[in-house]
Design a protein around this ligand. Structure first.
Ligand SMILES: [Zn+2]
Length: 282
């Protein structure tokens, strides 16, 4: 390829190339041995009921231990609104209860202890969930509450090795995911004293190439000082992962039949997988 051809690339093409090179590296690099170490003190941060299941469900179920902390566990969203009869405040309670029961069923299947943050999701705070212009302000306002919830979910530990903390990379640009990412990055050095921190690619958002390129460009800019590397975690049986996703019937008009919506979109051949970015590969 000539220099002129490369120079004619726009920023989008360069972002695509940058991500393809990182995906290629993750495709052939062995999974870091430290990632195989599971602990009952591992902490899975889920902005909403379903995010850990969709994004890291196969990984979590293989490990079968740790705490699932679902922060924005108050919600008014179901895929088929007509299936919930309650109105007004009762509706929020009914839907939150329904979604929390789904989350509990997943936690049981994955051997995780569920802890609920009890925070209102973005629409209940008066935000369009995909308008990220208020993310910095929300991250500042919720900072203390989120850190408090993280520390409250952490249990006393006796092992020498630090457990893992899994945080969303905020692909998809949902403001609640971005708020969690920003709070964790702001406290990264303090959190690292207690945990090894890794960031997961949010599914189903990361299953769309364009959303993934945009989301990971934002993540890499925010997380640039820590230089995270990607790890590709094959899920094994697609049917098993789809069965986990099916534990959340309230979130689908039709239950998913294909794994395509639950694996990151790559431009290179790769098995169905989940993905983590981390600087903790020692
Ligand atoms: Zn979410």
């Amino acid at each position: 390829m000539s220099w002129n051809a490369i120079a004619s690339f726009g920023p989008t093409a360069l972002r695509n190339l940058n991500l393809i090179s990182k995906d290629l590296a993750s495709r052939w690099r062995p999974t870091p041995p430290g990632l195989a170490e599971a602990s009952r003190h591992d902490l899975y941060l889920s902005p909403h009921c379903d995010d850990i299941c969709f994004s890291l469900g196969a990984f979590a179920r293989r490990r079968r231990q740790g705490v699932l902390l679902t922060l924005f566990s108050r919600s008014a969203y179901v895929a088929r609104p007509e299936t919930v009869a309650a109105r007004g405040d009762d509706r929020i309670e009914a839907i939150s209860g329904l979604r929390q029961r789904e989350e509990q069923a997943f936690a049981r299947q994955a051997g995780l202890h569920l802890s609920l943050g009890g925070f209102d999701e973005a629409p209940l705070r008066g935000h369009d969930p995909f308008d990220t212009s208020g993310a910095d302000e929300d991250a500042r306002r919720l900072d203390g509450l989120i850190i408090e919830a993280i520390l409250a979910a952490a249990q006393e530990r006796t092992e020498d090795q630090r457990p893992w903390l899994f945080c969303p990379a905020a692909i998809g640009g949902h403001i609640d995911h971005l708020v969690v990412l920003k709070v964790v990055l702001r406290h990264y050095e303090a959190l690292r004293e207690r945990w090894r921190v890794a960031f997961y690619e949010d599914l189903h958002y990361a299953a769309v190439w364009r959303a993934r390129v945009t989301g990971l460009a934002r993540f890499q800019a925010l997380a640039a000082p820590i230089e995270p590397r990607r790890s590709l975690l094959p899920i094994g049986s697609a049917a098993d992962k789809l069965a986990l996703a099916a534990l959340y019937p309230s979130q689908f008009v039709q239950l998913p039949a294909s794994i395509a919506a639950f694996t990151p979109a790559l431009r290179i051949p790769a098995p169905a997988h989940e993905a983590l970015w981390s600087a903790e590969w020692a």
